[in-house]
Write a protein that binds this ligand. Sequence first.
Ligand SMILES: Cc1ncc(COP(=O)(O)O)c(C=O)c1O
Length: 444
Amino acid sequence: MKQTDFSKYLRSSVLGVETKIPLASGHYVTAINFDNAATTPPLISVMNGIVNFAPWYSSIHRGKGFKSRLSSNTYEEGRQIIYDFIKADKAKDTVIFTKNTTESINIIAYRFAQENGESVILSTDMEHLANDLPWRDKFTVEYVSIDGVGKLSLNDLEDKLIKHKGKVALVTVTGASNVTGYINPIYKIAQIAHKYGAKILVDGAQLVPHVSFDMKPHGSLEHIDYLAFSSHKMYAPFGVGVLVGPKETFEKGEPTYKGGGDVRLVSRNFIEWADSPSKDEAGTPNIMGVNALIDSVKTLKLVGLDAIHEYENSLIHYAISELKNIPGIDLYCYDKKEDERVALISFTMKGIPHSLLAEIISREGGIAVRDGLFCSHLYVEKMLNLSENDLDHYRTHHNVLIPGMVRISFGLYNNFDEINKLIELLYKISKNMKSYTALYKSFI
Ligand SMILES: Cc1ncc(COP(=O)(O)O)c(C=O)c1O
């Protein structure tokens, strides 16, 4: 299929891409969404799936009605589809449905703390807070550093593993950054971690929706021990997250959430937990959400994640090459074509605060972008060269704007015309900065 036809086909598979929204002028335009790293709109197949499943929806597992049995089957078949999607081992791994990536990582952090209280966790300077804060109050956490262009230092990773002499229980790392779009070399990281007896967790929130994922076989040095991701970042915005890891991790210890559904038998004197994964799915599960995730996975597989990745890559490389030429723009990435990345990029424009720039882009162009620290505070602070003194200043002065960046992130339905509209507007803003700043100064 020609690229333009493929692009049209992808665009036609997503709901809401032609929605009209008002600009500051009152004129209506088709909304452009460049905030897909935050959350994605639903696929049409997902919405159809919700409507088709709704008449059959019922409580699962212990219900004996026909609809209950059908809903239970749908839910459990969903697990099997996830195993295949990420190439997990059905005999050895468990797939747990959670609320989102944040909850998945919190669950694994609590479980790890029960077994490995004295251990060290290696996080990194490029993590989303979801893969940093859950570890802080339970472990000694150290952060693998980044280099001058924001890439993870594998030398520092190995140095830290050597320094802690077998005490590192887990290396926890993002699969792809939500700030620079860099895809981390997770299999190399897995090899290094395993060499020193540590496990690896991949935060797949930004990677799994865009790149075909492979957990690799147990026993291989490249094996990914734990994986977390969210359905709302992969065109199924109905509140499901996924946590995958070895069954033996979850068979041991107590679940984070306790209540109905995660026990086999309880008396006043004992609690016998259910087997995994039910043990970690207390309460009524999100059956509709799982149904939506499964429809999304089926559609992404049908289109082909390699083809999607290639198309999204062509969008981001085009955007980067155009953004580079705009006066005053600083890009926060290294943009070698052969670099592995997902389709997002962050930038600033000299002379204009990030929040104001994002506001103008929205109100003048109808283009949704994100600005700030993107919940990756350590990373953005480093990329912006903010010192501890600077941070203390922002911490204590609540009326001062905390520095940040503007981020654009593409989904499979975005296209080159939309990028051209953003580029054209950024040229206009850069040329008429004073008048735009005066017009929108109340938004600073
Ligand atoms: C890299 C990364 N990890 C984790 C998260 C948290 O995902 P959720 O909000 O779905 O829990 C995000 C969300 O933006 C992210 O970008």
